[in-house]
Design a protein around this ligand. Structure first.
Ligand code: F0G
Length: 468
């Protein structure tokens, strides 16, 4: 490799001059602990994934922490304005003498879902909308932490494989942190909207003729060969940032845990991160009982569901992934063991939903005036299934984690409303029931009469539903 001098290669992504903090890397397989990690963030003994632990987290007093975090909400300091770094006591400590790479991520809204409440009978139903982050997805909460550590390690290049959102987020944080971004995405299998973000933020973007799993495999090989800093969710700093969702959510609920939190599952980093956050909160005495964390996948990308059902969670059952929810079109999820652990640790479950169920749930979340991308909609579709199974009860409090913004996948939305999404596919007949949810655009002559006629026709066919 001629691009880089061999002396650029370091076995410690933080570099020997990296910031000193009390955190340690701990292997989820053999439990060995280390203060440094290799570029691929795999355990040097058994090859399994690493996670970050900090023996000092437990020493803080829960009431004092809650008021400290709450006070920071009126502070104008850059760190406090970030909904991630506001919770810095539970994060690995960066060197604060150097700037933190932040776009004021986190601080995302939690919404009531009155229509979906009526539809499902769940009276306390909320959406925590991570699509309201700066680049439109939950990835930003992890990226601020991992890119800060990448920068402090002196990294020139940061890199990721992605189904779109990670690359959009990484490209933005690389640009903010003065680093170069290398993006590996599956050719033709990510939305233009996400791809265009990576281009605009200036990343070197490679569309590889493979799927996401192929991109990630190559990235793991690349980081062993070249001094590029790995920013996929294998990188445990990403998960540390993403776990703050759990803290922020509980703060928004006045520290009253909901009975259920439901998240989409792809590579399974996010569910692992949220679960880690919940378990730490219980350990620290911030909450007195755990919400059940449940993970929902698309039927065509259901490796976790099959792993649980066919192998009792003991070995991964990979699949050839296929779904229109391209963000979670992943067949070989790297964080499957971490996800199994948190599902079991919180007494949650996992479930799968069909393409038609995803499209329906997405339209229903859109009709709330909120919207989300297809991968996020699996949560509402999954909730309906979990209610039918009796796993969720109507009088329980449920939070759906919406992971990506509606604007992330306009093609899906347009095809749905125009009635083209399932045309010619095996789901065409089953999708006929979605007709009432479609709102296709109407092309008219530019006359007042034409508009009034259309308005009257619309009023007759579907009187406006009330949200009150
Ligand atoms: N929802 C959205 C919108 C996503 O972009 C992803 C993953 C997930 C859910 C699943 O999260 O992988 O942590 O289980 N997107 C990744 C990417 C893989 O490259 O953007 P996960």
């Amino acid at each position: 490799m001629q691009l880089f001098a061999s002396s650029d290669r370091s076995s410690d992504p933080l570099g020997s001059a990296g910031p000193k903090s009390s955190f340690v890397y701990c292997c989820i397989g053999c439990a060995s602990k280390a203060s440094t990690a290799a570029q691929d963030y795999c355990c040097s003994h058994c090859g399994n994934l690493l996670e970050i632990t900090d023996p000092q987290w437990n020493s803080a007093h829960p009431t004092a922490l809650k008021s400290l975090w709450s006070e920071r909400r009126i502070s104008n300091s850059a760190l406090d304005l970030s909904g991630v770094w506001r919770f810095r006591e539970i994060l690995p400590a960066p060197d604060l003498a150097q700037p933190v790479v932040t776009l004021r991520e986190g601080n995302t809204p939690i919404y009531e879902l009155p229509r979906a409440s009526r539809l499902t009978g769940v009276t306390r139903l909320y959406a925590k909308h991570q699509g309201m982050n700066p680049t439109g997805s939950f990835k930003d909460t992890g990226m601020t932490v991992a890119s800060t550590f990448a920068r402090q390690a002196g990294s020139r290049w940061v890199a990721c494989a992605s189904t779109g959102n990670t690359s959009a987020s990484m490209a933005a944080y690389a640009a903010r942190g003065g680093m170069r971004g290398l993006v590996l995405v599956p050719d033709g299998k990510i939305s233009w909207s996400k791809l265009s973000q990576a281009l605009d933020y200036g990343a070197l973007t490679c569309q590889l003729r493979t799927d996401f799993d192929g991109c990630l495999r190559l990235l793991q090989e690349l980081v062993r060969e070249a001094p590029v800093y790995q920013l996929n969710s294998i990188n445990p700093f990403r998960l540390e940032g993403q776990k703050t969702l759990a803290f922020e959510l509980l703060e928004q609920l006045d520290w009253h845990p909901p009975e259920h939190i439901i998240v989409p599952g792809g590579n399974l980093g996010n569910s692992s991160a949220i679960g880690k956050g919940l378990l730490e909160m219980l350990d620290m005495g911030l909450i007195s009982r755990l919400p059940k964390l449940s993970v929902i996948q698309a039927e065509g990308a259901n490796a976790l569901v099959r792993t649980v059902r066919e192998a009792e969670g003991k070995r991964l059952v990979p699949v050839q992934a296929e779904t229109r929810a391209t963000a979670i079109r992943i067949g070989n999820p790297v964080s499957w063991e971490k996800a199994i652990r948190v599902i079991q640790g919180t007494s949650g479950t996992c479930e799968q939903v069909s393409e038609v169920e995803i499209a329906q749930a997405k339209a229903e979340i859109g009709a709330e005036g909120i919207g989300c991308e297809p991968a996020s909609a699996v949560t509402l579709a999954g909730l309906k299934k979990l209610l039918r199974q009796g796993f969720v009860k109507k009088d329980e409090t449920v939070v759906l984690v919406l992971t990506g913004n509606l604007l992330k996948d306009p093609d899906f939305t347009m095809e749905f409303h125009r009635g083209d999404l399932f045309r010619g596919s095996p789901q065409e007949a089953a999708s006929a029931q979605l007709q009432p949810l479609r709102h296709p655009p109407v092309v008219l002559d530019a006359t007042l009469a034409a508009i009034i006629q259309t308005l009257e026709r619309a009023e007759k066919s579907a009187p406006a539903p009330s949200n009150a």
